[in-house]
Design a protein around this ligand. Structure first.
Ligand SMILES: [Zn+2]
Length: 178
């Protein structure tokens, strides 16, 4: 399937400061999620940072980790925050967002999240429970988080475009194979 790959757009100082941090754990199955949550009990309470890597795999890191560290500095197909909940069948995802100021992914990156969950056999919501609309101001260049469909720059009052425009992104083909 074709998805969009997003490059890191955050501060270079942050990228450098976390360059030696561990890459997020690959979660390819419900059993791997179970093991990761057992070794990261705080994530049950406070959630986790995630990215979907270029192979389409979900990667998890403790909450407040930088997405660029979770991704090992690579491009991502999606990035945001997750919360988990225990069900009779095991762990599933109760809340998921595209909240990542490091990558500012378009809301359409849900397709990559859904595929990563589906591949790993992890249940979850049918879309982002918390959706961030990132836009770059075409006049002043500042990054905006659009609230309540108000497509106006918070810094200079210029109109913001209807389409995602934070940076360049490229289309990549991700196979369904785990
Ligand atoms: Zn502006």
């Amino acid at each position: 399937m074709e998805l969009e790959a997003y490059s890191y757009v955050g501060p270079e100082a942050i990228r450098r400061s976390v360059a030696a941090h561990p890459v997020g754990a690959s979660i390819r199955s419900a059993a791997e999620l179970d093991r990761w949550l057992q070794s990261h009990p705080d994530a049950v309470r406070e959630g986790a940072t995630y990215v979907v890597d270029l192979t389409g795999c979900l990667r998890l890191a403790p909450r407040r980790s930088e997405h660029v560290a979770c991704a090992g500095g690579e491009e991502v197909l999606a990035a945001g925050e997750l919360h988990f909940r225990k069900t009779a069948q095991g762990w599933d995802v109760s809340e998921v967002s595209n909240q990542s100021t490091g990558y500012c992914p378009d809301t359409s990156c849900w397709a990559a999240v859904a595929q990563a969950f589906s591949r790993a056999g992890i249940g979850g919501p049918a879309g982002f429970t918390h959706e961030i609309v990132f836009r770059r101001c075409p006049r002043c260049g500042e990054l905006n988080l659009v609230k309540e469909q108000w497509f106006v720059c918070a810094f200079c009052d210029a109109d913001l475009p209807a389409q995602w425009n934070v940076a360049t992104r490229r289309r990549v083909v991700v196979t369904g194979a785990p």
